[in-house]
Design a protein around this ligand. Structure first.
Ligand SMILES: [Fe+2]
Length: 352
């Protein structure tokens, strides 16, 4: 063993030991598990159901799962600064726009796997295998049902119709969900169409952009806003809530899956990619493949009330009650590609 390699090992193991202080680690490591090795996850997901998923993987394969949880941008920065000594094997995060940030930071490596390529629909795979989608969410229109369904409200385009002046609430343009939505318009149409849309929506604002998706839901339910757009898993959270008040909020909302007569509703993914210097690459690929298995897909999607990404998952996710819909078949890697253009357009349109 060369000194350089040994030093790298030492550094990697001490980094990993440090990181253990802020992560959860499996306890009962048997000799068999040690032989099977480990997989180190850096994840911006934090759902209890994910833990059951990891335990199940360990009992099936003997591979121990270590994980670190933090916000996506912090994880990307961390993997980047750890460089070739990073103990990270797999980055799990949400939104194709965030996966694109990881890609441009140079922290992901291509993976080709028949299992992944067959199970994950093509529109949810990075063209070079840098990441694979694991669950999906749709960005839908909501309205307050008190005054019935507004006329001329079937597509994202309609949100810019002057008919809805003073009705539309949105979160800020700094939010990745809206950036990805606008990027999908640039990819499907062009910059001019995206610019016109952003300006039209700004002209219809009921208030300055603020709050998160839950904030939009509550503002529409209270009547402060007439219309907004939110990710489906937020709606499912209200729908399945034990709190009567939240159920009431959900019941006051109408939901429209936009663009059903056109290219379909904008969808985005939770996904994962193997890191450039993954010390346990083989185990990371095994783990990715496991996450696309039928049994794992339900757990993974249910963790955040999302839709499974594989088509035959027989999901029982709460989000299914929102209805079926036609989705935009655009490859979600385009959402990253046009991210900078989308940010510029929001800025020019005065959508802050
Ligand atoms: Fe979210």
């Amino acid at each position: 063993m060369s000194f350089k390699f040994f030093s790298a090992l030492l550094l990697a193991s001490s980094l990993w030991a440090c990181s253990q202080n802020i992560s959860e680690t499996p306890t009962n490591t048997t000799t068999a598990e040690k032989d099977a090795g480990v997989v180190n996850l850096y994840s911006s997901r934090h759902y209890d159901t994910d833990l059951a998923l990891y335990d199940n993987f360990t009992s099936q394969t003997g591979i121990e799962v270590n994980r670190i949880e933090a916000k996506a941008d912090a994880l990307i920065e961390r993997i980047k600064s750890e460089g070739e000594f990073s103990p990270a094997d797999l980055l799990i995060t949400v939104d194709a726009g965030v996966l694109w940030r990881a890609e441009t930071a140079g922290i992901l490596q291509p993976v080709s796997s028949d299992i992944l390529e067959t199970r994950v629909p093509e529109s949810f795979q990075h063209p070079d295998g840098l990441w694979y989608g694991l669950s999906k969410r749709a960005r839908v229109i909501i309205y307050n049902k008190d005054n019935g369904k507004p006329e001329n409200l079937e597509s994202y385009k309609d949100l810019a119709n002057p008919l809805h002046k003073g009705k539309v609430c949105m979160r800020s343009s700094g939010n990745i969900y809206n950036i990805s939505l606008l990027a999908s318009m640039i990819a499907n149409e062009n910059e001019e169409a995206a610019q016109n849309w952003a300006e039209g929506v700004v002209a219809n604002f009921a208030r300055k952009p603020q709050s998160n998706d839950s904030g939009q839901i509550e503002a529409v339910a209270s009547g402060q806003c007439g219309i907004s757009i939110v990710n489906t898993y937020y709606l499912a959270r209200y729908a399945r809530s034990d709190e009567a008040q939240k159920k009431e909020i959900f019941d006051s909302l109408g939901i429209i899956f936009p663009n059903q007569d056109g290219r379909g509703t904008h969808v985005n993914i939770s996904g994962a990619g193997v890191t450039t210097h993954a010390p346990n690459r083989e185990n990371a690929v095994k783990f990715l493949e496991y996450l696309t298995s039928k049994e794992a897909q339900n757990y993974f999607a249910n963790g955040n009330n999302e839709y499974p990404v594989i088509t035959n998952a027989n999901t029982s996710s709460a989000v299914e009650t929102l209805g079926t819909f036609k989705e935009d078949s655009l490859n979600v890697s385009a959402l990253g590609k046009y991210q900078a253009d989308a940010v510029k357009i929001f800025d020019q349109a005065g959508w802050r």
